[in-house]
Write a protein that binds this ligand. Structure first.
Ligand code: FES
Ligand code: FES
Length: 150
């Protein structure tokens, strides 16, 4: 079975087994290693990507579900966006393992709530775990990026 879908604006076609995890396809086939594997069970958000604009954990998405879909990974986000700059300034990145998923979660959040409250930021990022920052700096980065965009 051939599955066709878009990754970061590029059309892809694959005959890989339909139960192949999107995470493995991105990291293995496409070498998009910004998408990380943490738990492998849908609990940590390290593997988060946007699927038709919605935040999903790519470790839980089989290729067979992707016909006609559009996937965006961290490599598909602008490198010099208000969000990327704010993460750097606020110290929202330490080891970096959670950062791609956090930035994609923040992207989805800001698309829905351009000026989010702290509660909305917490809630938008609550599927993404960070072992380093204590979250405060990440929340500050998202708030700062929202202010810069406004
Ligand atoms: S690796 Fe996918 S949610 Fe943790
Ligand atoms: S910066 Fe290390 S897990 Fe978040």
């Amino acid at each position: 079975m051939t599955v066709r879908f878009e990754v970061n604006g590029e059309m892809r076609s694959t005959d890989a087994p339909p139960d192949t995890r999107l995470l493995d396809y991105l990291r293995g086939e496409m070498r998009l290693t910004g998408t990380k594997e943490g738990c492998g069970e849908g609990e940590c958000g390290a593997c988060a990507v946007l699927l038709d604009g919605t935040l999903v954990n790519s470790c839980l998405i089989p290729l067979g579900q992707l016909e006609g879909a559009a996937v965006v990974t961290i490599e598909g986000l602008p490198t010099d966006s208000p969000l990327a700059r704010a993460f750097g300034r606020a110290g929202g990145t330490q080891c970096g393992i959670c950062t791609p998923g956090m930035m994609l979660a923040a992207t989805a959040l800001l698309a829905e709530h351009p000026r989010p409250s702290l509660e909305q930021i917490r809630s938008g990022l609550d599927g993404n775990l960070c072992r380093c920052t204590g979250y405060t700096r990440i929340y500050a980065a998202v708030a700062e990026a929202a202010g810069e965009k406004a």
